[in-house]
Design a protein around this ligand. Structure first.
Ligand SMILES: Nc1ncnc2c1ncn2[C@@H]1O[C@H](COP(=O)(O)OP(=O)(O)OP(=O)(O)O)[C@@H](O)[C@H]1O
Ligand SMILES: [Mg+2]
Length: 376
């Protein structure tokens, strides 16, 4: 029996990838021209996997590529440590380069240990006691010197970059990072899905990163490419789905890359040889159910008024949220409450306003289905 060709977990960098050819070419070309890029989209559109492919291609052309995940950072020391770790992680297999990194980045020592997957995992220890912003400043200065010394093209990806905005003294942190990023001769990518927070860092004229980078939005996958991807992956792995059914899946998940993989993963597991309509209906329920815990915990963090707006927008996206008829249809009482709710929900990236049509809608397509089912 062949292996399921779809992924529930992180997609490996050499697995088949749907489309994104233009994005890949654009991003590689920006990186090679030392342009800094803000790469943003709603959750799970493929920013991280695309960035890893960009870095893979750059690496094969001789670029030193560092990947720094800032998810969950809570302090400036931790940010500095993650930066140092990303350099040790990319250099540790090359003795000469690793020694160089250790020689320059003296604020943190590398700690190498066997990882559960059989490789080596890299962590860091602070080498000397420095307080707050100074350790970040030192680390960035060491990074700058290291990059000058290695004399190679360098690319640094900061994933979940918006997290720095939630750390104490974030403006101070942004100031230091900006100062060095401007000086260092390489390309930086700033990646994130909390778009309001991320874009505010770059688009607010009072913030250090104002207009320092090129904004690049990742859209959902094109419908045609996704249909072709689904049919050909089923075929490659010895099973069959027709174009019409593949197209229906794309519609059900609104061309969302992660949900497409999840849907097809379950579907491939479920069927014997050939997909039927009944299978699709069944798997639709399975996919929605598989996200239930996540959705419930989102609702737990919201007030009743906000949930009412969310549920109204799931059932009926609208540009006229304040109209008397919309408010009456969805039991929304005060315009002040709606305004506040829209603001909170969009800050959390749960809803969004289409800038061309003015229509408010719920961002996650499976969340929409779940909210509708819940309120029946
Ligand atoms: N172009 C693609 N072709 C096939 N699958 C894709 C594609 N892009 C993304 N995926 C699927 O979606 C999953 C989520 O992608 P990824 O983690 O890169 O998204 P992300 O935008 O970084 O998410 P987050 O916002 O949660 O960080 C991947 O593991 C993969 O299964
Ligand atoms: Mg990601």
């Amino acid at each position: 029996m062949k292996k399921n060709p779809f992924y529930l977990k992180e997609i490996p960098v050499d697995a088949p990838f749907c489309d994104r050819e233009k994005e890949l070419a654009d991003l590689i070309s920006y990186a090679k021209s030392n342009i800094n890029v803000v790469l943003f989209s709603p959750r799970r559109y493929g920013k991280t996997s695309l960035t890893k492919r960009v870095q893979n291609s750059l690496k094969s052309d001789g670029t030193l590529t560092a990947y720094c995940d800032l998810f969950g950072v809570t302090s400036v020391e931790e940010i500095a440590g993650r930066i140092a770790r990303s350099i040790y992680a990319v250099t540790h297999k090359n003795q000469g380069m690793f020694q160089k990194a250790i020689g320059f980045i003296t604020s943190f020592r590398p700690v190498l240990s066997p990882s559960p997957e059989g490789g080596i995992s890299v962590s860091v220890q602070t080498a000397f006691k420095t307080d707050g912003l100074k350790i970040l400043e030192d680390t960035m200065e060491f990074l700058e010197k290291f990059i000058i010394d290695v004399a190679l093209p360098v690319h640094v990806a900061f994933d979940e970059f918006q997290e720095i905005a939630e750390v104490h003294n974030s403006i101070g942190i942004e100031g230091i990072l900006r100062q060095y990023i401007q000086k260092i001769q390489c390309s930086f990518f700033f990646i994130g899905s909390r778009r309001r927070i991320l874009l505010d860092i770059f688009n607010d004229r009072k913030r250090p990163f104002f207009q320092s980078s090129l904004n690049y939005e990742l859209k959902p996958l094109p419908h045609k490419d996704m249909v072709l991807f689904i049919t050909s992956e089923f075929k490659r792995a010895g099973k069959y789905i027709n174009e019409e059914d593949a197209s229906e899946i794309c519609q059900l998940v609104s061309n969302h890359p992660y949900y497409m993989q999840k849907f097809c993963f379950f579907l491939y597991e479920e069927i014997d040889k050939k997909v039927t309509r009944k299978d699709i209906a069944e798997i639709k329920a399975v996919v929605v159910e598989s996200e239930r815990v996540v959705f419930e915990s989102i609702l737990q963090g919201l007030r009743t008024k906000q949930i009412n707006i969310l549920s109204a927008l799931a059932k009926e996206p609208t540009a006229k949220v304040y109209s008397a008829s919309y408010m009456a249809r969805h039991n929304l009482r005060s315009t002040g409450g709606i305004q506040q709710g829209l603001n909170t929900l969009s800050k959390k990236d749960l809803i969004e306003k289409d800038y061309r049509t003015g229509v408010w809608f719920v961002v996650d397509p499976i969340f929409v289905r779940w909210l509708i089912e819940m309120s029946l």
